[in-house]
Design a protein around this ligand. Structure first.
Ligand SMILES: [Cu+2]
Ligand SMILES: [Zn+2]
Length: 182
């Protein structure tokens, strides 16, 4: 009689354990609203460009701050591309510029631009660049949300010509993910 009793007791214990686990509260944010995001940029094949880009949304605007290294001196096209797929060594899996409004390409301050158009980042003689912009076109929420998309740095300057600014190859890229609110 001891063995069946032990089996029953063990089963009951396991059931209790499973029930406890399934009723444990989920550790999650209290709101679905995203206010901070980050992208860590890694180099494409043959490049040594790296960097970090942070996004902070406040009062309907997003402040974008970037720090990049390993660039050639001068201007480099800086865009948000439509797919957060960095599984190609040339960055081509990120697709084209994020353009949910079906607009023409342009400078970040132009009246018509892709949501993903951020202009250029300007590298100094050592190949370092910092970029800062407060933007009211892109968002971290809603239809213009850039969460899950990719930020891309190009080899050349974005000259704002159509269709995508003639900025050349993609030297670094990263996926924009949600950050913990500090
Ligand atoms: Cu681009
Ligand atoms: Zn564009």
């Amino acid at each position: 009689m001891r063995t069946p009793q032990l089996i029953v007791m063990t089963s009951m214990f396991l059931l209790t354990l499973t029930a406890c686990q399934s009723t444990e509260p989920q550790k999650s944010a209290t709101s679905s609203h995203v206010s901070k995001a980050v992208a860590v940029l890694t180099p494409s094949s043959g490049s040594s460009v790296r960097g970090t880009v942070t996004f902070s949304e406040e009062n309907g605007s997003v402040t974008i701050s970037a720090s990049l290294t390993g660039l050639t001196p001068g201007q480099h096209g800086f865009h948000i591309h439509e797919w957060g797929d960095i599984n190609c060594s040339d960055g081509m899996c990120t697709g084209s510029h994020f353009n949910p409004t079906g607009s023409q390409h342009g400078d970040a301050d132009a009246t018509e631009r892709h949501v993903g158009d951020l202009g250029n980042s300007d590298a100094d003689a050592s190949g370092n660049a910092t970029f800062q912009r407060t933007d009211s076109v892109l968002s971290l929420n809603g239809p213009h949300s850039v969460i899950g998309r990719a930020i891309v740095v190009h080899a050349n300057q974005d000259d704002f010509s159509q269709p995508t600014g003639n900025a050349g190859g993609r030297v670094a890229y990263g996926v924009i993910g949600i950050s913990e609110i500090q």
